[in-house]
Structures are given as structure tokens and as C-alpha cells.
Design a protein around this ligand. Structure first.
Ligand SMILES: [Zn+2]
Length: 68
């Protein structure tokens, strides 16, 4: 599972294991510290307590560039 400081490789909602804080992480963004535990390693678990998206239903799942 990714930790703070790592680059997110897959868009999605991630939840901190320590506090259950949920964040939406665009691909290529850096996982932040948990706001409650800035000096500790924060592990982010993919997924959310809410409904999960299926592959192919993600808002920005496609990387294809639109036709010019
Ligand atoms: Zn925390």
C-alpha cells in the first residue's frame, strides 16, 4: 500500500489507515501526510467506505487524447 511521499499511480479514493481520512488522489499526485500525524508514516489504502467504482467506470479512466 502506498505511503506518504509516494507518487500515486492510479486515480482513486484513498483512506488513511490511522484516521480513516478519505482523499481523492489524481494520478501522478503525491500522497500527503495525515493531517493528524504529520511526523509519522501514513499508509493510504485504496478504496472508500462508500460505493466502489468498477474498472472502466472511473471518471478519468481513459488516457486517450481526444481527437483533434
Ligand atoms: Zn492519522
Amino acid at each position: 500500500m502506498p505511503q506518504n511521499g509516494e507518487i500515486n499511480e492510479q486515480f482513486g479514493v484513498y483512506r488513511s489507515l490511522c484516521c480513516g481520512i478519505e482523499i481523492t488522489m489524481p494520478q501522478g499526485s503525491t500522497f500527503p501526510d495525515c493531517p493528524n500525524h504529520r511526523k509519522l508514516s501514513t499508509v493510504w489504502k485504496a478504496g472508500t467506505s462508500g460505493p466502489l467504482w468498477k474498472a472502466g467506470e472511473l471518471p478519468i479512466a481513459k488516457t486517450d487524447k481526444p481527437a483533434a
